[in-house]
Design a protein around this ligand. Structure first.
Ligand code: HEC
Ligand code: HEC
Length: 403
């Protein structure tokens, strides 16, 4: 009897402890959501601790770029064929990933009082559905460096993205085939990032340049909003040594050693992204699902990958880099990643609603246009798609948009 009581007591204790742990997680996620949605301000030391934005920045909040049902970038039509974009960042670099000597890693279209924003990008709808739009760049401080190229990057959907971190590195490496030994025309390559503790697999960003969710979050705070953290200690965000007014403004606004974003804040935002709900994936018995595998989409958009703890993540990516051909090559590389290479985009939260766009630069307004822009290693799959009947193409697109 005594023994049974003791076990019941232990069980009750364990139950209370798990409930407390999940309540704490929920609390952290709720705090993370508030930080994700918070509009930061440039004024230093403001009462609610939301100061420190800038001096140069692209948006005031994560939600300013990741919005709508998928928490993604989106486009809306504006008068005179203009496109109003949300969450479109203009990255600057040369083929090896070196930033522009003056403007840095990205166009910062907003600035603290007294400073001039770097410029603005104007988007005009193009009659060519495969191009989507034409971008004209108006810079405030003269031309880009001779080697600098521009890469518009759309804020990806965030539903399900936290799970990419749990995918087993070995499962990704097992699919890599850099020299195309199996001769299928697809030679996926793992994006390896050199860190102090050795090489790690890159998982985040359109070029898989970033290894972990927390690094990605710290990067967003630093580069897109000019908010420093222990992971990204530069107070001046993306302003370069040549941007003297920005440097002076960053120094006068903060004291050295101060970080605007604590590690606890980064942990909370990660917990929020982890908590985002996902839809049930559609049945893999439909005609569209079968076509997806038959014509070779699943060779890169691998439906499920295993995690270290024996579960699976259904994000329709192999997390590998693929050469996608000249049309998707914008001349902007990253360290160890060629300008023509892109991470197989996870296919999650794909519904074409709320101004959702596709591909790294948001050029495609429909799933069909996104597929037709595939080339390079995906040329054979695209050709097989082109050879389908209209009804088959529709059922494939319906399957993808239900993911
Ligand atoms: C100015 C717009 C902008 C802001 C602000 C912004 N993001 Fe992003 N986000 C992007 C873009 C663009 C990318 C893709 C970057 C790339 O690959 O070059 C991205 C990528 C990401 C990714 C990686 C997704 C993937 O599939 O790999 C995560 C996660 C993310 N952002 C979270 C955040 C969080 C959290 C914040 C706030 C701290 C934030 N972002 C703020 C535009 C923004
Ligand atoms: C060789 C690998 C490969 C194959 C095969 C492939 N894709 Fe992709 N897919 C990619 C890569 C890489 C991207 C990201 C390209 C970019 O943004 O520039 C992508 C992007 C996409 C997108 C846009 C996702 C988004 O969120 O913007 C869709 C939709 C898509 N693929 C569907 C398909 C379908 C359907 C097929 C089969 C007809 C297919 N893909 C075959 C590698 C592949």
């Amino acid at each position: 009897m005594l023994k049974a009581h003791a076990i019941a007591g232990l069980l009750a204790f364990a139950l209370v402890a798990t409930q407390a742990a999940s309540a704490a997680e929920e609390g952290t996620a709720a705090l993370g959501r508030a930080l994700f949605e918070r509009d930061w301000v440039t004024a230093p030391g403001s009462a609610d601790a939301s100061g420190g934005l800038g001096p140069l920045y692209a948006a005031r909040s994560c939600a300013g770029c990741h919005a709508g049902p998928a928490l993604s970038g989106r486009f809306t039509e504006a008068p005179e064929r203009r496109i109003a974009s949300r969450g479109l960042v203009l990255r600057f670099a040369d083929g090896a990933g070196n930033p522009d000597p003056f403007y840095g890693h990205a166009l910062q279209s907003q600035a603290a009082a007294g400073l001039t924003p770097e410029g603005r990008a104007v988007l005009t709808a193009s009659a060519d559905a495969l191009r989507g739009y034409v971008l004209s760049l108006h810079l405030a401080h003269g031309a880009l460096g001779d080697e600098t190229r521009q890469s518009p990057r759309l804020a990806p959907a965030l539903l399900g993205r936290a799970a990419l971190e749990r995918i087993d590195t070995a499962a990704v490496m097992a699919r890599a085939d850099p020299d195309d030994r199996d001769g299928d025309g697809i030679s996926g390559r793992a994006a390896m990032i050199v860190t102090d503790s050795g090489e790690v697999l890159g998982r985040y960003g359109w070029k898989a340049e970033i290894a972990t969710l927390k690094e990605q979050i710290a990067d967003a705070f630093a580069l897109d909003m000019g908010l420093s953290s222990t992971r990204r200690p530069r107070l001046q965000g993306d302003c370069t040594p040549r941007q003297t007014a920005c440097l002076a403004s960053a120094q006068s606004a903060s004291s050295p050693g101060d970080h605007e974003i604590t590690e606890a804040a980064i942990v909370s935002v990660a917990a929020y992204l982890e908590s985002l709900p996902l839809r049930e994936p559609p049945s893999d018995e439909t005609a569209g699902a079968r076509l997806f595998t038959e014509i070779g989409c699943a060779a890169c958009h691998v439906p499920r990958l295993r995690t270290q703890d024996g579960q699976t993540v259904a994000s329709f990516t192999d997390l590998l880099l693929h050469d996608m051909g000249p049309d998707l090559d914008d001349g902007v590389g990253a360290p160890g990643v060629a300008s023509s290479e892109w991470r197989t985009a996870p296919l999650v939260a794909m519904q074409p609603i709320g101004g959702r766009r596709y591909l790294h630069d948001g050029r495609a307004a429909t799933i069909d246009a996104a597929i037709r822009a595939h080339a390079g290693e995906a040329a054979a799959a695209r050709a097989r798609y082109g050879a389908l009947s209209e009804a088959e193409r529709d059922s494939l697109a319906a399957f993808v948009s239900a993911l």
